[in-house]
Design a protein around this ligand. Structure first.
Ligand code: HEC
Length: 116
């Protein structure tokens, strides 16, 4: 699979649009967000499948996310977003998510059983 920057940008835009569509709640709800439903977190994580394969069981050189410790994945994601960790794609992609969302996504992948 090739990962062109254009595809990455499209994926990021889709993630951002999806977030806007689903995230437009009341001001009160935005101040104190409830824990997202599993369905919501699964939808966020689905945006990663374009490169990291279904459920993060990556093939073809992309890092495997399935079963990786949540703390590890979370740290990588926030470091990508801040530019602290070098990246060709992930620094852009992580900008579409809040810190809270990145944590939920990291926890979600940690609970996926890795492929054999
Ligand atoms: C367009 C392709 C693409 C998409 C979409 C994508 N990734 Fe990545 N991911 C990469 C590439 C390429 C790397 C290697 C770092 C780099 O060059 O950006 C990477 C690296 C990572 C790493 C670091 C792994 C390591 O061992 O250092 C994590 C964690 C990660 N991605 C998680 C995610 C999550 C979570 C999502 C969805 C929110 C996601 N990625 C979406 C391509 C992608």
């Amino acid at each position: 699979m090739t990962a062109s920057p254009r595809n990455a940008a499209r994926t990021a835009l889709l993630a951002a649009t999806t977030f806007l569509a689903f995230g437009a709640g009341s001001a009160a709800a935005q101040q104190a967000p409830d824990r997202p439903t599993e369905r919501q977190v699964r939808a966020w994580a689905a945006a990663c499948a374009a490169c990291h394969n279904t459920d993060g069981r990556s093939i073809g050189g992309f890092p495997v996310l399935a079963g990786r410790s949540a703390e590890d994945t979370y740290r990588a994601l926030v470091e990508f977003r801040s530019g602290q960790r070098p990246a060709t794609i992930m620094h852009q992609h992580t900008r579409g998510y809040t810190t809270d969302e990145l944590r939920h996504i990291a926890e979600w992948f940690a609970n996926v059983k890795p492929a054999r």
